[in-house]
Design a protein around this ligand. Structure first.
Ligand code: DX5
Ligand code: ZN
Length: 221
């Protein structure tokens, strides 16, 4: 499976957002992770449609939108029309995950379902055949720069095993606290899409992206 890097712009220097995106493009990133927070599902507020729209106009990276919002069904259409290519919504936030999945599909976008650290893999079982991706949070959503929770990596292992047993070619994305030092362990557990915020934008984003992409390519199975 191909390993893909999705740098999270939450950690970018917003004064220079355009240049920071160009830097991760040059470094070889595949996706761009866009964290939308509403101050209700998570304590913080980040950014929304105008940023998404601006990114879509200028970058060819796949826009991987992570909705940390309550009632995600209310915003799927707008997020899709502003340029999301992949829409990740939280299982915990949706009254009817099935309807959200169908809505995203009907708009021709990739579907990702996301779980917080306390949500078990079993909760995903009814949806596994219907989504393109599962995003496993390895920190409590809401803020960048936190330490990865190792128990969540076990959930990645469990999910990859389940997907393989069921014959599903599932993208498993990991988000929160990914660093050069734990990258190998996460890939080895079965993740193939990696979100990294502070590990990329905390240094020279082009160099950091190159380093991550090199490591990730070397570990492709
Ligand atoms: C946290 C966000 C993450 C965040 C990751 O709620 O979903 O995408 O940007 O940041 P790092 O990589 O710094 O933990
Ligand atoms: Zn995220």
């Amino acid at each position: 499976m191909k390993n893909l890097l999705s740098p999270s712009i939450l950690a970018a220097d917003f004064w220079n957002l355009g240049e920071q995106v160009r830097a991760v493009e040059r470094g070889g990133a595949s996706y761009l992770h866009v964290d939308v927070m509403d101050g209700v599902f998570v304590p913080s507020i980040s950014f929304g449609m105008p940023i998404l729209e601006a990114l879509k106009r200028k970058t060819t990276l796949l826009l991987d939108v992570h909705l940390m919002i309550v009632e995600p069904e209310r915003y799927i259409e707008t997020v899709a029309s502003k340029g999301a290519d992949l829409i990740n919504f939280h299982l915990e936030a949706a009254a009817s995950p099935m309807e959200v999945i169908q809505k995203i599909r009907s708009l021709g976008k990739k579907v990702g379902i996301t779980i917080k650290p306390a949500t078990p893999i079993e909760a995903l079982e009814p949806y596994l055949e219907l989504v393109d991706m599962v995003l496993i949070m390895t920190v409590e959503p809401g803020f960048g720069g936190q330490a990865l929770m190792p128990d969540c990596v076990e959930k990645v292992r469990q999910l990859r095993k389940l997907a393989t047993e069921r014959g599903i070619l599932l993208d498993i994305e990991v988000d929160g606290g990914v660093k050069e030092s734990n990258l190998e362990m996460i890939l080895e557990a079965g993740a193939n899409v990696i979100v990294a915020g502070s590990a990329i934008f905390g240094g020279n984003p082009e160099e950091r992206t190159k380093l991550f992409v090199e490591k990730m390519t070397a570990m492709e199975s």
